[in-house]
Ligand binder design. Structure first.
Ligand code: SF4
Length: 242
């Protein structure tokens, strides 16, 4: 199964509160008219320029073990090798907000408006992360429909460059998935272009398979401990469509 999706829900910018939170400004904090204007300008720019697309393709465990191994530079131990073995289904994915947004951010920083560039950068990063969640929801829907996973299954994305999976893993991921078809390319140093793009593997399975202790060597250098929130979210009810 390989699907390309337009990701229309993230053509819209996130809420004002989320855009501000990305700049470290908590909800309810009083902001100046100037900052309010920056949010409005960056939001309008994002919504006029965004062209989000995603692709995912199912992959067998043995194929993914080869992709994950990459150039042999992964940290060991790491969470993903154990998680993938317990998964019901796996799919490689990539998504992008599109080239025009990334170009606009560059131009704002190189020109005379780094403040708007910063705000737009935060909005685009948040939307890129949201694109992975959208693809995860689509993949979950597909595997539930085909009976590839049981009704209690959930999907989490994992990406090269995080949690022990070396960034050079991008090379085999790109060879297998071919995200060039939606306009994403890979540089020799494994950076994606457009810069506001994400890639990785979608892992479908029981919530418990994603639950691990974050006591790996590389966790001591981690600023976010983002895995704690991701794991906790799996044990909450799925949002309903209305
Ligand atoms: S603490 Fe950070 S590096 Fe460690 S598993 Fe969690 S997110 Fe990954």
């Amino acid at each position: 199964m390989r699907r390309i999706l337009p990701l229309d829900p993230i053509r819209a910018a996130p809420s004002r509160d989320i855009a501000l939170l990305r700049q470290g400004i908590p909800k309810g904090h009083k902001i100046s008219e100037q900052v309010e204007g920056l949010v409005q300008k960056a939001t309008a720019l994002y919504e006029s320029l965004s062209d989000p697309k995603g692709v995912f393709a199912e992959i067998s465990l043995s194929e993914f073990e080869e992709v994950y191994h990459g150039d042999g530079q992964n940290a060991s131990p790491a969470p993903l090798p154990g998680i993938m073995k317990e998964a019901d289904c796996l799919a490689l994915f990539a998504a992008t907000i599109g080239e025009p947004v990334s170009r606009a951010i560059d131009e704002l920083f190189q020109g005379n408006d780094p403040a708007t560039g910063c705000m737009l950068d935060g909005i685009a990063s948040e939307r890129a992360e949201a694109s992975a969640d959208l693809l995860a929801a689509e993949f979950l829907g597909s595997v539930l429909e085909t009976g590839g996973a049981d009704g209690g299954a959930r999907v989490l994305p994992y990406s090269p460059g995080y949690c022990g999976w070396h960034i050079t893993g991008q090379r085999r991921l790109f060879s297998f998935l071919g995200p060039e078809e939606i306009g994403i390319t890979l540089s020799p140093s494994c950076l994606m272009s457009p810069i506001k793009s994400v890639s990785g593997v979608l892992v479908a399975g029981r919530p418990e398979i994603h639950d691990f202790e974050n006591d790996f060597d590389f966790c001591f250098d981690c600023d976010t401990w983002e895995c704690r929130e991701r794991i906790a979210s799996l044990f909450e009810p799925l949002p309903t469509k209305d």
